[in-house]
Design a protein around this ligand. Structure first.
Ligand code: NAD
Ligand code: DAU
Length: 340
């Protein structure tokens, strides 16, 4: 089995590459990644010498490069993680989100059509459903929840999902889509809430909480997401959407307080800053379908996962210190410099 994993030098994609190489020693895993600011070769260093692994630097929007790779590798499965993934960046500059997330998806699916494929899997997000109110804890996103997006990021992911379904219906492409809640774990880029708070707390820097910190996210340990995708590409039904989530809703402020406590840092580091524009209030996934059809359940409890994650950031300072000392500094200054 040969699998092309796009975006495999990023957070979830790299964890998926490790999971697959570990679990299936006879599979060939090809990582196709453009190495944007979010992709990191040092993340993949432990697998670069693995004879079952190949890294190819190219953009999913580059039709010629994608075509050449398909000709060389004749993949059985494509798992498309590659995307611009940060909501705040999509508010600053939407264009690249449309190019990568929508047009890149089209290029990958066109290659699948041309060369033939057993499965094209689109890694999507719960953000395509918009948000839920805080005062209705009885409501959850199911696969039937209408798409209702808030940010340029979520709109680009929803557009891609619609295109994936259109390629299935019109061209018979064997597709699946997964829509997952917020992931956390090793190799999470330090612009996102959990790693940003860990890095800032370790450096005794302010912890910038948007608005009142009451927005709720449904956190899932990244390995559980990877296991769910593994199940879907092998046993999921073609043409179906699967929601993935941890039944682990938490307010942002509570996450930040846990991180302070675990690191022995004072809560006085917490600074409330201007809210995100169009900030989604609450995400909550109903994962009944993937549980009933594929037997998936989250395995890592948040209390354990967050400890493991913090320990990983303590043990791998080189990885994130290199990132935050580079171009990321300009980003941080621009986004947080005068955010009161
Ligand atoms: P990430 O930003 O950490 O990584 C994205 C990767 O894609 C990087 O390696 C980057 O170099 C690569 N990439 C970007 N543009 C590319 C292009 N044009 N061609 C090839 N490679 C390109 O993202 P992540 O958090 O790992 O998210 C991966 C996928 O999962 C995304 O599709 C995202 O929408 C989805 N998702 C993320 C979460 C989450 O909590 N992080 C939850 C649900 C779904
Ligand atoms: O739900 C899945 C989505 O989760 C994925 O599709 C996205 O790719 C991923 O980035 C994530 O989106 P969020 O916007 O939920 O994640 P982020 O880490 O950016 O923010 C989480 C919450 O924390 C959100 O309510 C905003 C808040 N926040 C974030 C940052 C970066 C802060 O309060 N302060 C911050 O500095």
């Amino acid at each position: 089995m040969t699998i092309i994993v796009t975006g495999g030098a990023g957070f979830i994609g790299s964890n998926f590459v490790f999971h697959m190489l570990n679990k299936y020693p006879d599979y060939r895993i090809i990582c196709l990644d453009a190495l944007t600011y979010a992709g990191n070769m040092s993340t993949l260093k432990s697998v670069m010498d693995n004879p079952n692994f190949r890294f190819v630097k190219a953009s999913i929007t580059d039709r010629e490069a994608v075509d050449k790779l398909f000709e060389e590798e004749k993949p059985d499965i494509v798992v498309n993680f590659a995307a611009e993934s940060h909501v705040d960046r999509s508010i600053e500059n939407p264009s690249v989100f449309l190019e990568t997330n929508i047009l890149g998806t089209q290029v990958m699916m066109d290659a699948c059509r041309k060369h033939g494929i057993k499965r094209y899997h689109q890694v999507s997000t719960d953000e395509v459903y918009g948000d839920l109110p805080l005062d209705r804890p009885d409501l959850f996103f199911t696969e039937e929840t209408p798409i209702h997006t808030s940010s340029p990021y979520s709109a680009s992911k929803a557009s891609a999902d619609l295109l994936v379904m259109a390629y299935h219906r019109t061209f018979g492409l064997p597709v699946t889509i997964s829509r997952c809640s917020n992931n956390y774990g090793p190799y999470h880029f330090p612009e996102k809430l959990i790693p940003l708070m860990i890095a800032n707390a370790l450096n005794d820097k302010p912890l910038p909480v948007y608005g009142k910190g009451e927005n709720v996210r449904d956190w899932l340990y990244v390995e559980d997401h990877c296991k769910a995708i593994d199940l879907i590409i092998h046993n999921g039904r073609v043409g179906e959407v699967y929601n993935i989530g941890g039944h682990n809703e938490m307010a942002n402020i509570d996450i930040v307080k846990i991180i302070c406590k675990e690191l022995g840092k004072p809560e006085s580091l917490i600074t409330y800053v201007a809210d995100r524009k169009g900030h989604d209030m609450r995400y909550a996934i109903d994962p009944t379908k993937i549980h009933n059809e594929l037997g998936w359940l989250p395995e890592t409890k948040f209390a354990d996962g967050i400890k493991k994650t913090i320990q990983w950031y303590l043990d791998n300072k080189d990885w994130w210190e290199e990132i935050i000392s580079g171009e990321y500094r300009n980003y941080y200054e621009k986004m947080y410099g005068d955010r009161h």
